[in-house]
Design a protein around this ligand. Structure first.
Ligand code: AR6
Length: 364
């Protein structure tokens, strides 16, 4: 117990005295859930949770015992005034330390109660959970803590190469001038969008926002049932519009739901405009919520029947135009393709919209 007490005190001193752990202090004051989670991590390195609780209780009792008024009076019984003064000041010091200990212990008890409350909100598998609280708690967590709640494997943003690094497509006559900074904000990724650890992934949803097949089904499956609970309160979504929710069990913090146009027969101006709105409004939705990295699937090109070889131009042109106007608002836009044929389409068309430093060749 003595060892546990000294470990605990040393850790509390580190937090309060500007040691390495004190860097997190700003987070603590802003965010009590974050504080709780971080505090739990500090303690759990040496203390099982039950021991920590009893440690706090014992800590308060011991300090109150050690610095009771009886102790103070005792120090004035001595004959030597100087000695009494020294003992008195020592006692005052100990009282101050004791008071600090009690305050800290009370704060710790409060924090551990909050940890328990936060964890109680974190059942991602039950529709009985309060989605609002779960969302809030997940978003307030640091990355390492949030990763414990992912319902799938993940790919970190730093491991998704930017387009510039994997260039190699044929040189073409670009539709836009080269902008090296923008080239470095683009990725072409082939795989499952539900694995991407980015700020937001875009869902090719339907107007109900209550889930479906394709990428919509995959996103809802990985996020868990609370995503549908939140979606149910959004009152649907019109074609071309976008609405944002939490990501729940997804590695992505947020999901931006947009509804692509349904193509029956040939693509007309109406369908083109609606598809453009999907990309533009999704990016607008992301930046207005402060998201810095966003991944898109090939909206409307599955069940909704938009020909992929026409959709690719709308997707790339809209993202390029958005980045021209908002280059400081986003760090990365990822085109997430699922089919090998879509990968080829994007690879061949990206140089028209994000041209690199390559010799010019006409598309015709
Ligand atoms: N990750 C990335 N892309 C995917 C994934 C995935 N896990 N799964 C499919 N895709 P679709 P739509 C690609 O049909 O055409 C739903 O039922 C897929 O290869 O998902 O906009 C909704 O509820 C294709 O390239 O969306 C709507 O009712 C792209 O995602 C309707 O489908 C879009 O295909 C929306 O149809």
């Amino acid at each position: 117990m003595a060892f546990q007490m000294s470990t605990l005190s040393a850790r509390i001193r580190l937090i309060t005295s500007g040691g390495p752990l004190s860097r997190s202090r700003g987070d603590f004051s802003n965010d009590s859930v974050g504080f709780s989670v971080k505090l739990r991590n500090i303690f759990s390195a040496t203390q099982p949770k039950r021991q920590v609780h009893s440690l706090f209780r014992t800590g308060i009792a011991e300090r109150v015992d050690n610095f009771s008024t009886a102790t103070v009076l005792k120090s004035f019984k001595g004959q030597n005034y100087g000695r009494a003064c020294r003992e008195k000041s020592g006692t005052v010091y100990r009282i101050a330390i004791g008071a600090f200990g009690v305050t800290t212990a009370v704060a710790c008890l409060h924090a551990s109660a909050q940890v328990a409350m936060a964890e109680a909100h974190l059942n991602l598998d039950s529709v009985k959970s309060n989605w609002n609280k779960v969302k809030e708690t997940l978003l307030s967590m640091g990355l390492e803590d949030r990763r414990k709640h992912y319902r799938s494997s993940f790919l970190a943003l730093k491991d998704i190469p930017v387009w510039n690094q994997e260039r190699g497509a044929a040189a073409v006559k670009p539709h836009f001038p080269r902008n090296e900074a923008l080239d470095n904000k683009i990725s072409l990724f082939s795989g499952d969008i539900t694995k991407l650890e980015v700020d937001g992934i875009v869902n090719a949803a339907n107007k109900t926002l209550l889930g479906g097949g394709g990428v919509d089904g995959a996103i809802h499956r990985t996020a868990g049932p609370l995503l549908k609970c939140e979606c149910a309160e959004l009152d649907g979504c019109d074609t071309g519009q976008a609405k944002i929710t939490g990501g729940y069990g997804l590695p992505a913090k947020y999901v931006i739901h947009t509804v692509g146009p349904i193509v029956m027969g040939a693509v007309g101006e109406e369908e083109r405009s609606r598809l453009r709105e999907c990309y533009w409004n999704s990016l607008d939705c992301a930046t207005s919520e402060g998201l810095r990295s966003v991944a898109f699937p090939c909206i409307s090109t599955g069940v909704y029947g938009y020909p992929p070889e026409q959709a690719v131009d709308v997707a790339l042109k809209t993202v390029r135009e958005y980045l021209n106007d908002h280059d400081h608002s986003l760090d990365r836009v990822i085109f997430c393709v699922f089919l090998p044929s879509d990968y080829e389409l994007y690879k061949n068309n990206l140089p028209y919209y994000f041209p690199g430093d390559v010799p010019v060749k006409s598309k015709l």
